[in-house]
Design a protein around this ligand. Structure first.
Ligand SMILES: Nc1ncnc2c1ncn2[C@@H]1O[C@H](COP(=O)(O)OP(=O)(O)O)[C@@H](O)[C@H]1O
Ligand SMILES: [Mg+2]
Length: 266
């Protein structure tokens, strides 16, 4: 349902994403892996054009190629983005944060009026789905990290998205909470038939939850297969710098990835 062709991003002279072709299907849970700086966030942000790509196309089933401002708006409206740091307004209630998810797709004149009863009921429904109905009137800043991420997901759901993009949504959570959040995203992906793309640092979580793993390295896709094909040698290829592996300085590999490789080697 979401196809990119030749999608490219160049920042000044630095190519963060080389021309990339991928197709993402509805109801599928794809995980992006790769060392820090590999281009995961760039790819996610180019998918819904939070970052304007330097080249290539993004095509959505039912809309076509995203080549006008109105199609870009339609793409953003149908795409829920979940951030690592939630991007919540801490002094507002969980409910108000979820309602904010609808603002981008509400005409300006409408957004100046109070929320309708239906808007509020729908937003409460989103909080119920993430298990936070009892916290609807609690200020976001008083919630735990895991609860805040649930509000972030409820806010994405308030858009009634066909696509969910999540950029390291569990990077600041402990392992148990991380699994809970990914279970929730996977459940929503399946129940609502949402095309879901999540970037992660943890290989084990990718193995557990992904239908498909796409690994990026230095702005290029270097692996694209089901998680059971993520062998030790594939992981080494993904997480070590190019050239002669043994001669690379350690700091060129991200701390988390090194820890994973070391744990595997032990
Ligand atoms: N706004 C920006 N300006 C310049 N360079 C950027 C910007 N955002 C990302 N980059 C660079 O693009 C590359 C890919 O970054 P990013 O997509 O954030 O990687 P990842 O999410 O895999 O860690 C990195 O080299 C990063 O420094
Ligand atoms: Mg990133």
């Amino acid at each position: 349902m979401l196809t990119i062709q030749g999608l490219t991003k160049i920042y000044q002279a630095h190519t963060a994403l080389y021309p990339t072709d991928l197709t993402f299907e509805a109801s599928r849970f794809s995980v992006l892996l790769g060392p820090s700086g590999a281009g995961k966030s760039t790819l996610l942000r180019c998918l819904n054009q939070l970052t304007v790509p330097t080249g290539g196309t993004v095509e959505i089933e039912g809309i076509g190629s995203i080549d006008t401002a109105s199609k870009r708006h339609a793409l953003r409206c149908m795409t829920g983005f979940v951030f690592q740091q939630h991007q919540l307004i801490f002094r507002q209630t969980a409910l108000a944060n979820v309602l904010n998810g609808r603002l981008g797709c509400t005409p300006l004149w409408r957004s100046l009026l109070p929320w309708s009863r239906k808007d509020v009921t729908d937003a409460l429904g989103c909080l119920e789905r993430v298990g936070l109905l009892d916290f609807a009137l609690t200020r976001a800043g008083r919630l735990s990290g895991g609860q805040q991420q649930r509000v972030g997901i409820a806010r994405a759901l308030a858009q009634k998205p066909r696509i969910i993009l999540a950029d390291e949504p569990v990077a600041s959570l402990d392992p148990a909470k991380s699994e809970e959040i990914l279970e929730l995203l996977l459940k929503i992906c399946r129940e609502d038939g949402i095309c879901t793309v999540v970037s992660l640092h943890q290989v084990d979580l990718a193995r557990k939850f992904a239908d498909r793993v796409i690994a990026l390295k230095d702005g290029r896709v270097v692996f694209d297969a089901p998680p059971n094909e993520l062998s030790e040698s594939a992981l080494k290829e993904i997480y070590t710098s190019g050239g002669d592996v043994s001669s690379q300085p350690e700091e060129e590999t991200g701390e988390n990835e090194l820890a994973v490789l070391e744990a595997k080697a032990a």
